[in-house]
Design a protein around this ligand. Structure first.
Ligand SMILES: NC(=O)C1=CN([C@@H]2O[C@H](COP(=O)(O)OP(=O)(O)OC[C@H]3O[C@@H](n4cnc5c(N)ncnc54)[C@H](OP(=O)(O)O)[C@@H]3O)[C@@H](O)[C@H]2O)C=CC1
Ligand SMILES: C[C@H]1O[C@H](OP(=O)(O)OP(=O)(O)OC[C@H]2O[C@@H](n3cnc4c(=O)[nH]c(N)nc43)[C@H](O)[C@@H]2O)[C@@H](O)[C@@H](O)C1=O
Length: 320
């Protein structure tokens, strides 16, 4: 046994940690956080270097590298339109990635793994705020049920491996996230980066109006990805239970309120036009994150602050 093998996660700064999906929104924030904390042995592979849907490649990677910890933030991810348009990819790719990584991690002696799901695992009409025990109590939101089913399978796989093998696999369920390195694709992204880009481009081109999808009435809870990364590290250090853990901000806004706020932060002064032919998705999904709060973690970046920070990043990195 290496000297540090029984050290707690926070003390184990030279432990080999595989952050899967390290160039994405979430993975890059986790890498920033771990590096800031002094972790100095991060194991990182781009999609091109290691396709996590390929079982034999994933098995070889784990067998060669033997990471001590795994944070699984690689997935096929997208907004309401992408989920609705590519259901086969959303279910198949996510099942493949998570099954390969979780199983190989267990078989190769990984000490602890954290799997990331999403608030869309809960029933469309779950009582609000949504507690962890609402899982599997009702039908899912149809626009993202394929992705949700894969994520539910990931939670269940972590639970099954804990129950049968006494293996320390945990799951975090983040709410809607945003921040640096988000996907700003005009159609396939989530609402916040989509609107930021659309308002920015309208400001630059002098357009008089911007199109926003749906009715504007759905409620969403947003969390800055740096808060999520902080929660992920907190869970790695402080939680080893069977139940998945909600990770939210506890604050919700309507899509109309969000659009007005993004518009203000970007500095676009035109009109909003609502495209009601586009789906609203689930009417409301505010999570109850009191279980995590009771362990001692709370978020600290407000939506306004987070939007200002993200727009600054957008201007420095992605300006058209
Ligand atoms: N964004 C959000 O609002 C939310 C995200 N989550 C969860 O957080 C996690 C991360 O999401 P997020 O960071 O937003 O997603 P991103 O799309 O920003 O990042 C996903 C990462 O996974 C990598 N990846 C995808 N497919 C493969 C593959 N076959 N092999 C190797 N790498 C692959 C991508 O690489 P490449 O780009 O090169 O394909 C990318 O780096 C996911 O599990 C997601 O479900 C949960 C709730 C909300
Ligand atoms: C994180 C979460 O993300 C997805 O669920 P969602 O919360 O519905 O995600 P969304 O960000 O795409 O939309 C939120 C709301 O915003 C409205 N909306 C307005 N204008 C735009 C727009 O321009 N783009 C987008 N994408 N939405 C828009 C849109 O009509 C909807 O009412 C899931 O696929 C699911 O898999 C998941 O886990």
């Amino acid at each position: 046994m290496e000297e540090t093998s029984n050290a707690s996660f926070m003390e184990d700064k030279s432990a080999k940690i595989f952050v899967a999906g390290h160039r994405g929104l979430v993975g890059s924030a986790i890498v920033r956080k771990l590096q800031y904390l002094g972790f100095n042995n991060l194991l990182l592979r781009t999609h091109k270097e290691l396709d996590l849907t390929c079982q034999s490649d994933v098995e070889k990677f784990f067998s060669d590298e033997k990471p001590k910890y795994v944070i699984l933030s690689a997935a096929k991810v997208g907004g309401i339109h992408a989920n609705n348009t590519y259901p086969a990819e959303f279910i198949a790719v996510n099942l493949q990635i998570q099954t390969n990584v979780i199983d190989s991690a267990y078989k190769n002696g990984v000490k602890k793994l954290l799997f990331l799901g999403s608030s869309c695992i809960y029933p469309k009409f779950a009582p609000q705020p949504i507690t962890e025990d609402a899982l599997l109590t009702g039908p899912l939101e149809p626009t993202n049920e394929w992705y949700a089913i894969a994520k539910i399978a990931g939670i269940k796989m972590c639970q099954a491996y804990r129950l049968q093998y006494n293996w320390d696999a945990i799951s975090g369920m983040p709410t809607n996230l945003y921040g640096p390195n988000d996907n700003f694709h005009p159609e396939n992204s989530h609402v916040l980066p989509a609107l930021m880009r659309r308002f920015h481009e309208a400001k630059v081109s002098g357009a008089k109006e911007v199109r926003v999808w749906g009715t504007g009435s759905p409620l969403r809870e947003f969390l800055h990805v740096d808060d999520l990364a902080d929660a992920v590290v907190f869970l790695m250090a402080n939680y080893s239970g069977l139940v998945h853990m909600n990770v939210g901000s506890g604050k919700e806004v309507t899509i109309k309120e969000l659009a007005e706020l993004v518009k203000e932060v970007v500095g676009f002064y035109g009109e909003l036009v609502w495209d009601i032919m586009k789906p609203d998705g689930t009417p409301r999904k505010l999570m109850d994150s009191s279980k995590l709060a009771s362990l001692g973690w709370v978020p600290n970046i407000s939506l306004r602050e987070g939007l200002i920070d993200t727009y600054k990043w957008y201007l420095q990195n992605l300006r058209q």
